[in-house]
Design a protein around this ligand. Structure first.
Ligand SMILES: C[S@@+](CC[C@H](N)C(=O)[O-])C[C@H]1O[C@@H](n2cnc3c(N)ncnc32)[C@H](O)[C@@H]1O
Length: 245
């Protein structure tokens, strides 16, 4: 089937939407330093106009290939390290349909690779691994405007840092400390206590209308509680476990 690189003339004019053909993506990612980065498990990538994930999907494919070569004798290690690979890929996309397709493309690739590993080990597909993959992908791929650093509803774009706290050569079960940052905070290199979240208050658009302000006052006590993520096994990140600060 021929690759579609344009959806409509209007979308090209309005959003500069032209998808990069697979062949070109591969060529660009084969530039020596970039190729090395793609094969490094912990190197992070952000695609600021992700489209349907042309680059992110190819980088994920390369990272997963590396994980499967390195950890093919142990399914638990594959599960941990493949999820860790997912945590390193971030994307921002303005248009809802593209952002959703990007998320689905990444999940499909993760799922296909995981299923293959499971079959090789005569194991079973664990729901918690897939749920954690979904949680990581949907937190890392956000619909929004990279230039204004805001989501389409005007709220700040929020991303999670996924920090492996117990990485040694022999580690099979990786523990992850999740911490949230707005894109503005990332630009300003703001340092935070591990686990801190962006509260519902902070996520609010600065241009609230009067009804929103009244509503905030009513529920103020309820939302004031500050929460932080606790370190968890990477296959349990889907639970989003937190404690009160
Ligand atoms: C030239 S396409 C490239 C897509 C993808 N990177 C690829 O190579 O296939 C640009 C994409 O950026 C999106 N976009 C345009 N303005 C944006 C903005 N301010 N913030 C985030 N995404 C934007 C468009 O919707 C479109 O999907």
């Amino acid at each position: 089937m021929e690759e579609e690189i344009i959806k409509s003339k209007l979308r090209v004019q309005k959003h500069g939407e032209v998808f990069t053909p697979k062949k070109i993506v591969k060529k660009m990612l084969n530039i020596p330093e970039i190729k090395d980065a793609c094969e490094n498990l912990t190197t992070k990538f952000l695609e600021p106009s992700a489209g349907e994930g042309a680059f992110l999907v190819e980088i994920l494919d390369r990272k997963l290939k590396m994980v499967s070569e390195k950890y093919n004798n142990d399914l638990t290690s594959y599960e941990s390290y493949s999820l860790l690979a997912l945590t390193t890929l971030y994307g921002i996309e303005l248009l809802e349909d593209n952002a959703q397709t990007c998320v689905m493309n990444m999940f499909q690739l993760y799922y296909d690779n995981y299923k293959e590993q499971v079959q090789n080990h005569n194991g079973i597909v664990k729901k918690k691994v897939l749920d954690s993959a979904k949680e990581i992908i949907s937190s890392n791929i956000r619909q929004g405007n990279f230039l204004t650093r805001k989501a389409v509803d005007g709220k700040p774009l929020v991303f999670s840092e996924w920090y492996p706290v117990n990485m040694r050569k022999t580690t099979k079960n990786i523990k992850i400390q999740r911490t949230e940052y707005t894109l503005d905070e990332i630009y300003e290199s703001v340092e935070k206590e591990p686990g801190m979240t962006i509260s519902r208050d902070e996520r609010r658009d600065l241009q609230l209308d009067i009804f929103d302000i009244l509503e905030v006052e009513e529920i103020d006590d309820e939302v004031k509680k500050e929460m932080r993520y606790i370190p968890v096994n990477i296959i349990d990140v889907y639970k989003e476990e937190m404690e009160e600060v």
